[in-house]
Design a protein around this ligand. Structure first.
Ligand code: 6R9
Length: 647
């Protein structure tokens, strides 16, 4: 907890969005939503401006979420064509490659040509409106061209993070029956090549529905080639022209799918639709980051995550901003890379994750201060709660005390920011995500589902009353799962899966997940997914995975594993299990600790008591709570003994 308050920076005190303006506008957004959203519609170019604003019910009987239903628009037109009159020669993208010598920018005019060509190539391969196209790409401009090309012709993209394994990729391809994959020969990060095309080849062995693979040449590495299935982008792009008529899309037509982890089962295909998502990404980018014409905006996320979708691609480009895209990692060639890039491209708004801030903070101030950061005017964070110590370092050392920090709370499911300070409107409290975005109504409920008071200090489970345009519309192909996951725990509300506290001053503090979802370096991982990967190993009888506090990653992955009769624990087996998880999911899910144990703590009905496992992993042995309901209380001692060996 921190009582420190950092007042609105003087550089923002004359901002359009003062505290007073925020309060008035917020009140209008929740009291007169129709009127409010009719005004906000002007942020986009519509082919047909919608008359209907929203049609929403969170109840089981008549469940529906629809925004701007009769509106018609095209996303790529909003992100490109509408800027050509005034911004044709303005950089839309600045690309900074993994190697510091590789960088170039792409103007809005050039972006238009690239995207049209890409769209025509997709058409040539047979992609039609509504088709799902899977992208498995490095952080190169062609990834953005491909996303925008899909939106130009009404195809639905599903971007799969390039760090995911072939197994994870094929699962995602099959789930949305995607017949098209776009990839590159290789990616490069921190000087190391990532065999993207090889991974696609491997994935397609178990994804037989894929008909066409479009491959962008990036490193020039030799890759395996299947004639008739695989096509080089550079071969096809010279056969098409740089004009492509945009497809008029209904506001509720699917725009993209993005897979994310939940507390149960395999990852869910979060589906976002065209009008609501784009308006939300556009509005939140403009407001949270106080977007100005001359900004160089840098969001360090990967486009494989929702943050990359909303704040590298759709939000900034829809607002006609210059968006920086970085292929590399913060610590290569050395620990000053971020700051070097900021100096080189005169970045004015910088948006990154707490895990990166913590990792860089440990390397001291020198790598930061040796680079000129005077171009910076605003800083942001996303992905997990930021501890006040890291917040202060970011504020003082990186921002030299004059840049506000917007700590933005949101989720893949929400499309864009839901709770965040606005830099001209709010005094900041280190570690607090501030206040609700317009149209967003957070509330707290206790574990029994009882609403806690709407004012004064309170702590509980974070729910949202009502919808906002950027809300996901369903889990792809599984409406039932969508309802069950988000609307059945606390009927009538959207349940976020997060815990939160609201203080006396109305500031929101996100306390972290209250379900079985881990947040490792800002990446969401379901414990169930990691457990399934572990039990695939022939020697494993049972596995239970929990998170524990980790200095850099926020949370680490702790796996309790019971082996089959007669199998002995060994270092080799430990390594094999770690490899198994990397193979099934990807390096992001690598276990930090594998603890072999003769048994797991279970109730008499056979339910694993995760609370106890969490406490042991956290080394809070004094507060294990009531263990009397365990079928075999002796197992706790064995776990505590085993901990010493594992940790
Ligand atoms: C955008 C994104 C969502 C989960 C979310 C919460 C955590 C994100 C946060 C934060 C505290 C913040 N989270 N931002 N927690 N403060 N500013 O990260 O989406 O990958 O779906 O993760 O991340 O737990 O529920 P996603």
């Amino acid at each position: 907890m921190s009582e420190e308050i950092i007042p609105v920076a003087s550089s923002f005190s004359a901002s359009d969005m003062s505290g007073e303006r925020y309060r008035a506008r917020y009140a209008r957004s929740v009291q007169e939503p129709e009127a409010f959203w009719r005004e906000e519609l002007g942020r986009l170019d519509w082919i047909r401006r919608p008359e209907k604003i929203s049609d929403v019910s969170f109840n089981r009987q008549d469940f529906r979420i629809r925004w701007f239903e009769d509106g018609i628009l095209n996303v790529s037109v909003n992100c490109i064509d509408r800027h050509l009159e005034t911004r044709a020669n303005k950089p839309a993208l600045i690309w900074e490659g993994d190697h510091p010598a590789h960088h170039h920018s792409i103007t809005y005019r050039q972006l238009h040509d690239h995207v049209c060509r890409f769209a025509n190539v997709l058409k040539m391969l047979g992609v039609k409106k509504g088709d799902r196209v899977t992208l498995y790409m490095p952080m190169i401009p062609q990834a953005v061209f491909a996303m925008l090309a899909c939106t130009r012709i009404g195809a639905v993209h599903s971007v799969v993070f390039g760090g995911f394994s072939p197994e994870a990729l094929s699962g995602r391809i099959n789930d949305c029956q995607s017949e098209f994959v776009i990839t590159a020969d290789q990616g490069v990060r921190g000087g190391k090549a990532i065999p993207l095309k090889d991974n696609v080849d491997e994935a397609l062995k178990s994804a037989p529905g894929v008909k066409r693979v479009l491959c962008v040449k990036h490193t020039g590495a030799n890759v395996h080639w299947e004639e008739g299935r695989d096509y080089w982008y550079h071969d096809l792009s010279i056969q098409v022209d740089a004009h492509c008529e945009p497809e008029p899309m209904g506001a509720e037509d699917p725009m993209f799918i993005l897979y994310t982890s939940g507390s149960t089962g395999k990852p869910k295909g979060v589906l976002h639709t065209t009008g609501g998502y784009l308006l939300w990404a556009t509005m939140t980018h403009a407001l949270t980051f106080d977007a100005r014409e001359s900004d160089i905006f840098w969001c360090t996320a990967d486009i494989g995550w929702v943050t990359g979708h909303s704040y590298i691609v759709y939000g900034p480009l829809s607002n006609g901003a210059t968006s920086l895209m970085f292929e590399g990692v913060p610590t290569w060639p050395d620990a000053s890379r971020f700051w070097q890039v900021i100096e080189k491209h005169k970045v004015s708004v910088f948006y990154t994750a707490p895990t990166a801030i913590r990792a860089l903070m440990r390397l001291g101030d020198d790598p930061v201060t040796k680079h000129d950061r005077s171009s910076l005017r605003l800083l942001g964070t996303v992905g997990e709660p930021i501890n006040p110590e890291a917040w202060r370092w970011y504020h003082k050392t990186v921002g030299e005390g004059h840049c506000p920090i917007v700590d933005t709370w949101w989720q893949t499911e929400t499309g864009g920011h839901l709770i965040t300070p606005l830099p001209g409107a709010h005094d900041l409290k280190p570690g607090s995500a501030g206040f609700p975005m317009f149209g967003v109504q957070p509330a707290l409920v206790d574990n029994e589902g009882k609403r806690l008071p709407d004012s004064g200090a309170a702590e509980g489970n974070l729910v949202l009353l009502g919808s906002w345009p950027g809300q996901m519309r369903t889990v792809y192909g599984d409406d039932q799962r969508f309802f069950d996951t988000y609307f059945s725990t606390y009927p009538g509300y959207y349940f976020t899966g997060d815990g939160a506290r609201r203080d006396e001053d109305g500031y929101w503090w996100i306390t972290g997940r209250v379900d079985d979802v881990l947040n490792v370096s800002g990446h969401r991982l379901g414990t169930a997914e990691i457990e399934s990967a572990l039990v695939l190993h022939a020697d494993v009888a049972e596995a239970a995975v929990v998170g524990y506090p980790h200095d850099i990653k926020g949370q680490g992955v702790w796996c309790y594993v019971t082996l089959n009769e007669g199998v002995a624990a060994s270092e080799a087996l430990e390594k094999a299990l770690k490899d198994q998880v990397r193979k099934e999911i990807g390096p992001v899910a690598s276990p930090d600790v594998i603890q072999f144990t003769p048994g797991l703590p279970k109730t008499r009905s056979g339910k694993i008591m995760r609370r106890i496992l969490r406490k042991i992993a956290e080394n809070e042995l004094g507060s294990l709570g009531d263990t009397s309901t365990l079928a075999d209380p002796g197992v706790v001692e064995a776990l505590i003994e085993g901990r010493a060996k594992a940790a």
